[in-house]
Design a protein around this ligand. Structure first.
Ligand SMILES: Cc1cc2nc3c(=O)[nH]c(=O)nc-3n(C[C@H](O)[C@H](O)[C@H](O)COP(=O)(O)OP(=O)(O)OC[C@H]3O[C@@H](n4cnc5c(N)ncnc54)[C@H](O)[C@@H]3O)c2cc1C
Ligand code: SF4
Length: 511
């Protein structure tokens, strides 16, 4: 049945969750057992299990699983955002590095180019939810290994062992006086029969055997077994329809298979990712809320952050690198203080680069040359915090297109981290260190567009991620981050989603 424009069909649920990624998928998992009638809206589909999952040509050249829509940068130039729409969201493609923020990240921290602001909650508040998040996402790691990590309970699973070449590098790093530690990794039964095979196509690839700890496998699919849970795939939320006073969301307007539908719910939980959630609230402007929904602070869409990230490769012409699963080592010696006294960020080993991936940077170089090159390289990522700026923001134009205005900052700290990493890799004996950065178009670690806080004039969400202005609206994706810190964001998104879910169960879903 096709409804007429202007007369969408209406359906009613207790809760609508929009988006099934790290935030939304986790929220679904946590609320599924409440018995509340839950509708989950996901604009994409399930990622098929197929050979192409692990094919670098399909993933990196054909961009088989990437979102196809274009966003516009601050010069109105279109670009393809590095993001994915589908069940599980970007968690299907993540590198499974599931870090807690450092205790210091929750307080104000002076950086080279400004202050990283304090969070409205501290580490101790989130700690029990970090514990639960690590259990839910099968995180493997070693407590006490990393001097920057707060004292903590043991990880639920032991660390993934280093491959021989990486174990040797760890010893060499220690001999340089550094403190390498095990990367915390969310993998399902690594190395065991039927579990994760520790392959070389993990980060940026979906797992063909469903052994990656992602929101689809661990949260959404199990929840679909509950009779009170309904999932609509291919269902894009286009607008939230507010009550006349703007203090409640009455309904969600959805586009599904060319049909416009209206879904009413007592509670609306948005988790479309930091860019799309801000866009959704901006698109929900109406006569009474011309600047967008929940936007009395004027901050909806502002303070976008995404990390400063440089891919690095140490190359040695006579040392073939036989490592298959390489992503096991972190160096956090410069996380809180670099040589000049300010924080620089994190160094971590990366998954193996494939020749096809490298060729996307300079296509003119033949593939055989890249293959020969990457076979002799060890891959690293240097990652620094970018700082919230009100000029870095998401906007939506009259045609509904997303504009992402982002000027990276804190560049001095990142340049210093890259310099330190190069120096270390040279001391490890690598002849050449290659670097590459996606710069301002890297949207993989997007966050911060709907900041949480205690003051409704300086934040969009309260400390339980409920919109200050809208009683029945929560947002549980990466939007709430007041600062980006310099570790990978996902475990913090998951932990906060679990905390918010507990709050919702105790307040809005109390029977
Ligand atoms: C290649 C890659 C590697 C990464 N590696 C790591 C890592 O190792 N560790 C780490 O911590 N982080 C990593 N990340 C980042 C991590 O994946 C994200 O931080 C995390 O998934 C964000 O969770 P989220 O809930 O905010 O959004 P997402 O996971 O992006 O989920 C948003 C969901 O909302 C859906 N959606 C969007 N708009 C709408 C709409 N209007 N209506 C309905 N549905 C909608 C999307 O389809 C998607 O399912 C990586 C990301 C990528 C792309
Ligand atoms: S088998 Fe393991 S390493 Fe390979 S993609 Fe799956 S989760 Fe990642």
């Amino acid at each position: 049945m096709t409804s007429l424009p202007g007369h969408p069909r209406a359906e009613r649920f207790d809760v609508v969750i929009i988006g099934t990624g790290a935030g939304g998928g986790t929220m679904l998992h946590a609320l599924a057992g409440t018995g509340a009638r839950i509708l989950v809206l996901e604009r994409g589909d399930f990622v098929p299990q197929e050979d192409a999952n692990w094919d670098p040509v399909a993933v990196w050249k054909q961009l088989r699983y990437r979102a196809t829509e274009e966003w516009l940068d601050r010069d109105s130039r279109p670009f393809l955002p590095y993001t994915h729409y589908g069940v599980g969201g970007n968690s299907k493609f993540w590198g499974s590095v599931l870090y807690r923020l450092r205790r210091e990240d929750f307080g104000a921290l002076q950086h080279a180019d400004g202050v990283s602001p304090a969070w409205p909650i501290d580490y101790d508040t989130l700690e029990p939810y970090y514990d639960a998040a690590e259990r839910l996402y099968h995180v493997h790691g070693l407590a006490g290994d990393d001097p920057t990590e707060a004292p903590r309970a043991p990880y639920p699973y032991p660390p993934v062992p280093h491959a021989p070449r990486m174990a040797a590098i760890v010893e060499e790093l220690r001999a340089l006086g550094l403190h390498p530690s095990a990367l915390p990794l969310g993998l399902i039964r690594p190395g065991e029969s039927g579990g994760c095979q520790l392959c070389n196509t993990c980060n940026s690839f979906p797992c063909r055997i469903h052994a990656k700890s992602d929101a689809d496998v661990l949260c959404v699919r199990p929840a679909l077994g509950q009779p009170n849970v309904t999932l609509w795939t291919g269902a894009r939320a286009d607008r939230l329809l507010a009550s006349p006073s703007g203090s409640r969301v009455d309904a969600v307007e959805v586009e599904r298979a060319g049909e416009r539908r209206r879904v009413e719910a007592g509670l609306v939980i948005v988790s479309c990712g930091a860019v799309n959630s801000a866009a959704l609230l901006l698109q929900s402007a109406d006569g009474a809320h011309a600047q967008g929904l929940a936007n009395s602070s004027g901050l909806v869409g502002r303070r976008y952050m995404a990390h400063l990230a440089t891919m690095m490769q140490g190359f040695h012409p006579f040392q073939k690198n036989d490592t298959v699963f390489q992503k096991t080592v972190a160096v956090n010696d410069f996380y809180l203080t670099g040589p000049e006294g300010y924080p620089l960020g994190q160094i971590q080993s990366q998954g193996r680069t494939h020749g096809v991936m490298a060729q996307t940077v300079v296509p003119a170089v033949p593939l055989w040359a890249y293959d020969a090159w990457v076979a002799r390289g060890v891959d690293w990522l240097a990652m620094s915090e970018d700082l919230p700026s009100e000029h870095n923001r998401v906007l939506v134009d009259a045609a509904g297109r997303i504009h992402l205005h982002y000027e990276p900052n804190n560049l001095r700290a990142h340049a210093r981290l890259v310099q330190e990493t190069k120096r270390i890799l040279k001391r490890l004996g690598f002849w050449v260190v290659m670097t590459h950065s996606h710069k301002s178009r890297n949207t993989t670690h997007q966050c911060g567009t709907l900041v949480f806080g205690t003051d409704s004039r300086t934040s969009v969400l309260d400390s339980f991620c409920r919109a200050h202005d809208v009683d029945n609206l929560f947002v549980v994706d990466a939007s709430f981050f007041p600062s980006s810190a310099a570790v990978n964001p996902a475990l913090t998104i998951v932990a906060q989603a679990l905390r918010v879910a507990e709050h919702i169960r105790a307040t809005h879903l109390k029977h």
